[in-house]
Design a protein around this ligand. Structure first.
Ligand code: BG6
Length: 493
C-alpha cells in the first residue's frame, strides 16, 4: 500500500476539533500537549480548538469546570505561564453534541470556519468512529485539507478494525488518516531508529546468529484505576501488545528503510508484522502466559486485586499481564526468540528493550563458571538510557572477567526539553508528517497475528493466572524464559 501525500500546506488556519473533549484522554494528555505546543509556538498562528462533549456547558463553564479544574493540573508546574494560558484559553470553543445525531452536526458546522484545515481528533470509543465520519462528511465538514486522528485500540479484532478502516476510508484518503500509537511519539522510541540506522557498528551484528534473544518489557505499577469499563473489555493483549509492543518489535527488527519517508518506514514495519510466525493452539498453550493481579503491595502501599477494583465484573477473565515468545520468520531473525511482556501492578515501572548478543563460542578467560554475552539495554522509561554490557577484567591479580556497563545517560547528554509523545505527534499531524503513525495494512497485520491468541485463550476456558500485585507477574512468565536457560532482565538484578 502506498500513501498519496495530502496537501502539506503548513500554514492554513487550523480548527482542531476534538471528539471526546470532556474525556480522560483529553484532560490528561491532549489538552496539556496542545498547551505545550502553543507555549512553544508550534501551533499555526490562526488556530482554534473546538472541543465536543455531551455536557450542557457553555464555553465559560467548559473552561472553568474542565480546563481549569481537570486539564490544568496535568501541565507541568514549571511549564505553566499564566499569560500563555490565558491566550490558550482564548482559542477554545465548546460544542455540545450527541455525536450520533446528524442534526447536531449543524452546530459544529456553524462553529468551524470555512477555508481552514480541520483536524478531527477522535478520542472516543472506536464504536463511534464510523458514525462520526459519516456524519462529518454528510455535514460537508470534510475536504481535501482535513485530517482525522484515530485513537487506539482501533477495533477489537481484525474484522472490526477492517470495518472501521473501510468506513473511515470512504471519507478520508489514507494520507489524511493518522492512526495514533503514542509509543511512536516517544523520544526514546524515535531514538531507537537512530541507534540502529545511525551507528555503523551495529549494522553487521544486528541479526542472527550474533543476537540470540530479544526482550521487550513494558511494566507499569498503576492498576486499572477508573478505566475498568474500557479495560475489562480490552485486556492487556489488545491494550498494549497488539500496538505498543508490536511497534517496538518492528523498530527493533525491521530492515533499514530506504529513507525516513512515511511509506518507506511503514513498508518495512509491515514486512516484519507479516513475517511474525502465526501461533498454533500448541504455541499459544506453550509460549503465552496471561495473568491477572491479585491484592498485594506496590511501592510499599497495599493495593486491591483486579477483581476488587471498581466496576470490574465478578469473575472477570480480563488479563492484566501478558508474556509471550514470538518468532519472526525471515533470514535476519530465524530462530531468534522475541520475548514480549507487559503488565499492570508490576514491581516497578520500566519500559525497556534488551538485545542479548550471543556468547563466545569458547572463552579463554575465566568468568566464574558463567558464560556472559554482551547485552544492549535500551531503557525508554522511566529513565532514558542506553547501556552496553561489556566484559572487563576484574581488578586484582589473576585474569577474571565480569560484566560492567558502558552507560549513556541521554538526559545528561542532551539537556534540551523533551516534548511528550502526544505533543510531538499532534505537531506531526498539524504539519502533515505521517511517518510515526500506523498505516491501515500495518494495523491489520498486527490484528491478524494477535487475534488467534485471543481466540485460543477464550477457547481454552482457563482463567488468567493470578499474580500478586507488586511482583513481575505469574511464575509461568519466569518459567517461559527458564525453559531456555534465560531470565527476564529485571529479574536477574
Ligand atoms: C495506553 C494504555 O495506550 O498506554 C494504558 O491504554 C497504558 O493502559 C498506557 O497505561 C501506557 O503509556 P505510557 O506512555 O505511560 O507508557
Amino acid at each position: 500500500m502506498t500513501t498519496q501525500h495530502a496537501s502539506a500546506t503548513p500554514d492554513l488556519p487550523l480548527d482542531m476539533i476534538i471528539f471526546g473533549g470532556t474525556g480522560d484522554l483529553s484532560f490528561r494528555k491532549l489538552l496539556p500537549a496542545l498547551y505545550m505546543a502553543h507555549l512553544h509556538c508550534n501551533l499555526p498562528t490562526d488556530t482554534r480548538i473546538l472541543t465536543i462533549g455531551r455536557k450542557p456547558w457553555s464555553r465559560e463553564e467548559y473552561i472553568n469546570e474542565f480546563m481549569e479544574l481537570k486539564a490544568k493540573p496535568f501541565i507541568e508546574k514549571k511549564a505553566f505561564d499564566a499569560a500563555a494560558w490565558d491566550k490558550f484559553m482564548a482559542l477554545f470553543e465548546y460544542v455540545r453534541m450527541d455525536v450520533d445525531s446528524i442534526e447536531d452536526y449543524t452546530r459544529l458546522s456553524e462553529a468551524s470556519r470555512p477555508g481552514v484545515r480541520r483536524v478531527f481528533y477522535l478520542a472516543t470509543s472506536p464504536d463511534l468512529f464510523t458514525n462520526i465520519c459519516d456524519n462529518l462528511s454528510a455535514a460537508g465538514l470534510v475536504d481535501e485539507h482535513s485530517r482525522v486522528v484515530l485513537e487506539k485500540p482501533l477495533g477489537h479484532d481484525l474484522a472490526s478494525a477492517q470495518e472501521i478502516n473501510t468506513a473511515v476510508g470512504k471519507h478520508f484518503s489514507e494520507a489524511q488518516i493518522y492512526r495514533i500509537d503514542h509509543y511512536l511519539g516517544k523520544e526514546t522510541v524515535q531514538n531507537l531508529m537512530v541507534l540502529r540506522f545511525g551507528n555503523p557498528i551495529f549494522g553487521p551484528l544486528w541479526q542472527a546468529p550474533y543476537i540470540k534473544r530479544v526482550q521487550i518489557t513494558v511494566a507499569e505499577t498503576v492498576g486499572v484505576g477508573s478505566r475498568a469499563g474500557f479495560y475489562d473489555k480490552t485486556g492487556a493483549l489488545r491494550d498494549m501488545v497488539q500496538n505498543h509492543l508490536l511497534q517496538l518489535l518492528c523498530i527493533v527488527a525491521m530492515e533499514p528503510p530506504v529513507s525516513l519517508d512515511p511509506d518507506a518506514v511503514r513498508d518495512e514495519k509491515l514486512k516484519v508484522l507479516r513475517s511474525l510466525r502465526p501461533m498454533t493452539p500448541e504455541d499459544i498453550a506453550r509460549d503465552t502466559v496471561r495473568g491477572q493481579y491479585t491484592a498485594g503491595a506496590v511501592d510499599g502501599e497495599a493495593v486491591k486485586g483486579y477483581l476488587e477494583e471498581e466496576n470490574v465484573p465478578a469473575g472477570s477473565r480480563a488479563e492484566t499481564f501478558v508474556a509471550l515468545r514470538a518468532h519472526i520468520n525471515n533470514w535476519r531473525w530465524a530462530n531468534v526468540p522475541f520475548f514480549l511482556r507487559t503488565g499492570k501492578r508490576m514491581q516497578k515501572k520500566v519500559s525497556e528493550i534488551v538485545i542479548e548478543f550471543s556468547e563466545l563460542p569458547f572463552s579463554i578467560i575465566p568468568s566464574g563458571g558463567r558464560n556472559y554475552g554482551n547485552r544492549l539495554v535500551i531503557q525508554l522509561q522511566p529513565e532514558e538510557s542506553i547501556q552496553l554490557q561489556m566484559l572487563a577484567k576484574e581488578p586484582g591479580s589473576g585474569m577474571h572477567m565480569l560484566p560492567v556497563n558502558l552507560n549513556l545517560d541521554l538526559q545528561q547528554a542532551f539537556t534540551e526539553r523533551r516534548a511528550e509523545a502526544y505533543e510531538r505527534l499532534l505537531i506531526d499531524v498539524i504539519r502533515g508528517r505521517l511517518t510515526h503513525f500506523m498505516r491501515r495494512d500495518e494495523l491489520e497485520a498486527a490484528w491478524a497475528w494477535a487475534e488467534p491468541i485471543l481466540a485460543g485463550w477464550s477457547k481454552s476456558g482457563e482463567r488468567p493466572r493470578g499474580y500478586t500485585a507488586g511482583t513481575f507477574g505469574p511464575a509461568a512468565s519466569t518459567a517461559l524464559m527458564a525453559r531456555e536457560n534465560a531470565v527476564w532482565a529485571e529479574e536477574s538484578q
